[in-house]
Design a protein around this ligand. Structure first.
Ligand code: AMP
Ligand code: MG
Length: 350
């Protein structure tokens, strides 16, 4: 398949591009597009055959449901069986934005979209290109991240092209994604609501709406063999660059010393190592291919840079990637969740 790549300026949206891409989605095709979280790969959420193409293009496991994207509040009602009061409060506060809500689904959601579950995840993005596209499609848009399954999600169009060129009808190129990790997912089918995936809307922010909101314990810790995930996506290895990732956690000085020592051992064996560092530490590493995510005082920036940094090591021929750890509060919870999944929960205490 030949993939058309169309660039768009969020501040001056070209209507003809949006109309063309919207028609492709409406008629059962696939369009990759920018959102504020990561790039999404969209299809008509109400068309099971179209949704199936997403799974094929990504190589995504069939039992991993998709999030349905809407462009306005009034598009929610037909998709869900009920809207609990707490969901209304959350929507008022965080939509449009990086929050997905899990509802009991209505009958119009095909099994392909919900992967056979009785629930459906819905999100209204804030990115104007994304919303214009959904509006032009005239249908709700099922969209997972626009990457080959298992790889870090794309936050720049180049990564999207790398993974999906030749497999989808259109890729819309926009700006680098503002948040840089996937949406926070909150399940309101039970009370109190449970956070199934940390993201741009943090636990602290959720608790200003209802202090009983809690994080699913499996987000922070490695789960056992008998683990039954509430979000099917929780059980898959994710965000993985080609080389294995290990996280080094502890006091900063000890972390730097241990990383330097480990890198030296690899170099002695003629191997290259990547280091995910911060502005505060990047000059302290003697060897290795060092990439800084940004300053620890700016967790927004660190979050935004994480996935492209993980991807950047794929063409650097490294045998291992060592990453510093981050404090698990605010956006640090989302960053550590992605890093731990990339590392398969391989954490070394310095
Ligand atoms: P992605 O679109 O790649 O960001 O993945 C979507 C994530 O949302 C996966 O982790 C899914 O398991 C999760 N998800 C989507 N729909 C549901 C649902 N109905 N219930 C629980 N988790 C869901
Ligand atoms: Mg994904």
């Amino acid at each position: 398949m030949e993939t058309k790549i169309l660039y768009i300026d969020e501040k001056n949206i070209d209507k003809s591009v949006i109309e063309e891409a919207g028609a492709v989605i409406r008629h059962g095709g696939l369009v990759a597009f920018p959102t504020e979280t990561v790039y999404g790969l969209g299809a008509n959420a109400l068309d099971g055959a179209a949704v199936k193409k997403i799974f094929e293009a990504k190589g995504r496991p069939q039992d991993n449901p998709l999030i349905v994207h809407i462009s306005d509040f009034d598009e929610l009602a037909p998709l869900v069986a009920e809207v609990p009061e707490i969901a209304r409060k959350l929507m008022d506060r965080f939509w449009p934005g990086p929050m997905t809500i899990i509802f009991k689904k209505s009958l119009i959601i095909p099994d392909e979209t919900s992967a056979g579950l009785e629930s459906v995840g819905v999100r209204m993005p804030s990115n104007l290109v994304a919303r214009a596209l959904i509006k032009a499609a005239g249908v709700p848009v099922a969209a997972p991240s626009a990457n080959i399954s298992g790889r870090p999600s794309p936050t720049e169009v180049g990564s999207c092209i790398e993974d999906l060129s030749g497999k989808v009808d259109i890729i819309i190129g926009g700006e680098k994604c503002e948040v840089g990790v996937e949406s926070s997912i909150i399940d309101v089918t039970d009370y109190p609501p449970c956070i199934l995936r940390p993201g741009g809307v943090t636990l602290e922010m959720f608790r200003t709406v209802d202090e009983n909101i809690y994080i699913d314990p499996s987000i922070l810790n490695k789960s056992g063999a008998d683990f039954k995930p509430k979000a099917p996506g929780m059980k898959y290895r994710h965000y993985a660059p080609k080389a294995p990732v290990r996280i080094v956690q502890g006091e900063p000085e000890k972390v730097i010393a241990l990383i330097n020592e480990m890198v030296q051992n690899y170099i002695n064996e003629g191997k290259r190592v990547g280091i995910i560092a911060t502005d505060e530490t990047k000059d302290r590493y003697e060897n290795g291919i060092v990439v800084s995510l940004g300053s620890r005082s700016d967790m927004d920036r660190i979050t935004r840079n994480l996935f492209e940094t993980l991807r950047s090591f794929d063409d650097k021929d490294v045998s291992l990637i060592l990453s510093e750890a981050f404090e698990e509060k605010g956006k640090g919870i989302a960053v550590m969740n992605r890093l731990k999944k990339a590392a398969g929960f391989d954490i070394i205490k310095a």
